[in-house]
Design a protein around this ligand. Structure first.
Ligand code: AR6
Length: 168
């Protein structure tokens, strides 16, 4: 089941929340900063044990002080105009998260932010369609997949896109 929520992702009691990180995995601004602040310093300590996370790949850590048991860190592409493989890289980031979630074995619910649509500048509508296509492709493997948007306008745009993708 795909659910579209307007919320702060750090408040969600799901098995895993997804972080829109950078390749260094050393924290940052946006949703990355919010997740590190809410999880506490143990999260950064665990991230430091990873050499990094190339764009399109994903890394699993514990959730520490978050209500979520796990964080799956992924790195979306920086928008450079659209002709630099951005769409494929963004789709790969979503796929990598699902692979990591499946491999963990006990994750039944997960929540995604709108990867790449903040600091990385990916146009929101195009990114939303890629995100929702990926979620639809994996919906039957999990009990709950949450698309977590920070503002009402983005949440409504996701609902419109999901409606369009779902209609025959
Ligand atoms: N909950 C849900 N969504 C949020 C939250 C939150 N607490 N905070 C922001 N958003 P961004 P990116 C939304 O910039 O574009 C970081 O510095 C926000 O409205 O967080 O992938 C990393 O370290 C936007 O739609 O991620 C990287 O360096 C979406 O999350 C870089 O930014 C993603 O915005 C990654 O950039």
């Amino acid at each position: 089941m795909i659910e579209i929520l307007q919320a702060d992702i750090t408040t969600l009691a799901v098995d895993a929340i997804v972080n829109a990180a950078n390749e260094a995995l050393r924290g940052g601004g946006g949703v990355d900063g919010a997740i590190h602040r809410a999880a506490g310093p143990e999260l950064l300590a665990e991230c430091r044990r990873h050499p990094g996370c190339p764009t399109g790949t994903a890394v699993l850590t514990r959730g520490y002080r978050l209500p979520a048991r796990f964080v799956i860190h992924t790195v979306g592409p920086i928008w450079r105009g659209g002709a630099s493989g951005e769409a494929e890289l963004l789709a790969r980031a979503y796929e990598s998260v699902f692979e990591v979630a499946r491999a963990e074995g006990t994750i039944r619910s997960l929540a995604f932010p709108a990867i790449s649509t903040g600091v990385y500048g990916y146009p929101k509508a195009a990114a939303g369609e890629i995100a929702l296509r990926a979620m639809r492709a994996h919906a039957d493997e999990f009990d709950r997949i949450v698309a977590c948007l920070f503002d009402a306008e983005s949440a409504q745009a996701y609902r419109d896109t999901l409606g369009r993708l779902s209609s025959p």
